[in-house]
Design a protein around this ligand. Sequence first.
Ligand code: FE2
Length: 339
Amino acid sequence: MTIVLGIESTAHTFGVGIVSDEPPYILADARRQYVPEKGGILPREVAHFFSRVAGEVVGEALSQAGLRMGDVDAIAVALGPGMGPALRVGATVARALALHFRKPLVPVNHAVAHIEVARFTTGLEDPVALYVAGGNTTVVSFQGGRYRVFGETEDIALGNLLDTFAREVGIAPPYVVKGMHAVDICAEGGSFLEEALPYVVKGQDVSFSGLLTAVLKLYRKGYKLSDLCYTLREIAFSMVVEVTERCLAHTGKKAVTLTGGVAANKVLNEKMDSMARLHGAIYKPVDVKYSGDNGVMIAITGLAAYKAGVTIDPRRAFIRQRWRIDEVDLPWYPWMPGR
Ligand code: FE2
């Protein structure tokens, strides 16, 4: 049996997960989320929060699993992409644990981990994946040893679009409650506006900033908020589903998944499901428990990587704020625990 402890600290969540390659696979999932009193998150404040809670989150994960550090075979850590100060806390903790307990250290790309935890929880072997979160909007598919990017946002991410709109029109905090974003709640009873709004898909890439500006302009003109929320959501979701659909048609794959913080969204799930049906493909989103950032996804990916021989010298384990998903070799693909 191989046991891996994974550390996540790329954005607002400090998470520690422990997994093994034998049932029940997931042994621990401890996390703390930084929630700003108002406005966006400041990297330095997040790092300060992470440094305060890191020790107790590691301890909590070990006690959930009923293990001691000595029982762990390897330490995995998300080295990027993400916010520098936040990443540095996770990397420092991981390096210290690896050196002190003489454990191998496994570097993990956070974006790869969102896809891997989706493959793990859905049982889908080789899906096209739509990864949507506060800072990410990417369509990927495995090809030639890596996840290749088939489309992405040219400016802001889908999650950021919804959160920023919610904040600007005063329906924040935009946190997702049972798959309902503030924009979803507000969209109830709304209808589609016939005004020409920017639906921007260029080649395989999407752009949301023009849409955000245009919808905010209508808001200031006094348009009904429920109509604006409904329309914004319709356009933005249709854009990402269109790009995913083209990737599915192009690759000829038979499965689709949805992952990342926005994956809990009910309306987006319905659109993805009907698109997949049209192509005779299976659609399954990531288990909603692991859609947001967490340590389990880092541990699962770290376990797969470690078993395939991927490790890094702790003294050379530097963070990479802009580490792209298509720069990562996946020698373990499509292996996942239990398969
Ligand atoms: Fe994430």
